[in-house]
Design a binder for this molecule. Structure first.
Ligand SMILES: [Fe+2]
Ligand SMILES: [Fe+2]
Length: 384
């Protein structure tokens, strides 16, 4: 993460004053490190287990005081992880991963999984909402600090949307894309599928959360998009079914969330981000900007996976999810630009820059997730 350089500019002080100030800063930093060191190793697995047990408590909000040990274990780990994950000095993949697994476990209750109905008993728990809000507030502030929001506010929205969309529709192949395309082994490919399956098997579900409301042309296009993603009501044509076919063709589990443990925090972050924006109508423009980026960038993003599947000699079924998306998302991208994003600029001229924020953030987080997938796939290459 970029440090705040403005904060390190020193006023006009004498040499001794500067040295004294540097020493004090060093001491403060050391003290903070000591403080973190005292609580660097909470048992995140135990804390996550505590959350799972709390989620199963009948009427949690009313009965929380009977589970104070679970609550303490869980909340202490969250507090430490928040400090570690989102401070400049002590970022830790383990803390990021714990926080995003917690968020995901709370967010996933917004979907119906056709499992035991008792699993949803705390879907609207105020305690869970408080924990979710606490994590999201720190996480989102950290994410925003990595983007130049001020320049987005000054940009010409229509021109920028057109420029970005054209560039992301047909970008040069990145180093990571080249690895997926030319070097990834079957073991790496399977690892990539494991990770992608968490979202792939419930693909476009967050979009469904945005559709309730008044009818107009924008709403109709968003609905049409969902209907396409959902196979027009035919299970065999639902996009997630193509993903399941791809998994079963390789003898992998098609059970949703079967590979949850394989998912890096960077990928969980994109899923949790989608839950957050799709749930908040105030962020409708950000959500639409993010979805525009997703649809526009998928054809180029999936092409290396498709090429890898061909190179590895997989069947047409085993790559049909890629083939389908490389084709249809060109169309979906056009819908999102011409029939959703640009009409939203007209309807909300003062807030239109939020489309750019949504787009830029989706790109930033998506690229970060892609790098994490490549790292995991390379590790599997080495083991496979
Ligand atoms: Fe899709
Ligand atoms: Fe799509």
């Amino acid at each position: 993460m970029q440090r705040n350089l403005a904060g390190s500019v020193k006023p006009n002080l004498s040499l001794s004053a500067l040295m004294e100030r540097d020493l004090l800063e060093q001491r403060d930093r050391a003290q903070r490190q000591d403080q973190v060191a005292l609580f660097t190793t909470p048992n995140y697995a135990e804390a996550e287990q505590a959350l799972i047990m709390l989620l199963q408590v009948h009427n949690l909000d009313e009965n929380l005081d009977q589970h104070t040990r679970l609550q303490t274990v869980f909340e202490n780990a969250v507090a430490v992880a928040l400090t570690i994950a989102y401070s400049n000095e002590y970022q830790s993949d383990v803390a990021h991963r714990f926080l995003h697994r917690i968020l995901y476990r709370i967010n996933r209750l917004k979907f119906f999984w056709y499992d035991d109905l008792n699993h949803y008993t705390n879907e609207r728990s105020l305690y869970m909402q408080t924990i979710r809000n606490q994590i999201e507030a720190a996480w989102q502030a950290w994410e925003l600090s990595q983007l130049d929001v001020a320049s987005l506010k000054r940009a010409d929205v229509v021109e920028t949307l057109r420029d970005w969309s054209a560039a992301d529709l047909d970008p040069a192949l990145s180093e990571t894309g080249r690895y997926f395309q030319d070097d990834m082994t079957l073991a790496g490919y399977r690892k990539m599928l494991e990770i992608a399956s968490l979202d792939g098997l419930v693909e476009a579900s967050q979009l469904s959360l945005t559709l309730g409301g008044v009818a107009n042309e924008i709403h109709s296009v968003m609905t049409r998009l969902l209907v396409e993603e959902y196979g027009a009501g035919k299970l065999a044509r639902k996009h997630s079914t193509y993903f399941a076919t791809m998994l079963s063709d390789l003898g992998m589990s098609t059970e949703p969330e079967a590979y949850f443990d394989a998912v890096p925090w960077e990928v969980l972050a994109t899923i949790n981000h989608s839950f957050l924006l799709s749930e908040r109508k105030r962020d409708y423009l950000r959500y639409a900007g993010g979805l525009l980026h997703t649809e526009i960038s998928v054809p180029a993003g999936f092409s290396p996976y498709h090429a890898a599947a061909e190179r590895l000699g997989l069947s047409a079924d085993a790559m049909s999810y890629w083939t389908l998306h490389i084709k249809v998302d060109k169309l979906h991208g056009r819908w999102m630009l011409d029939e959703v994003a640009l009409p939203l600029v007209e309807r909300y001229p003062d807030d239109a820059w939020e489309l750019l924020l949504g787009y830029a953030q989706q790109k930033f987080m998506g690229d970060r997730a892609c790098e994490a997938v490549a790292r995991a796939a390379k590790l599997a290459d080495g083991e496979g």
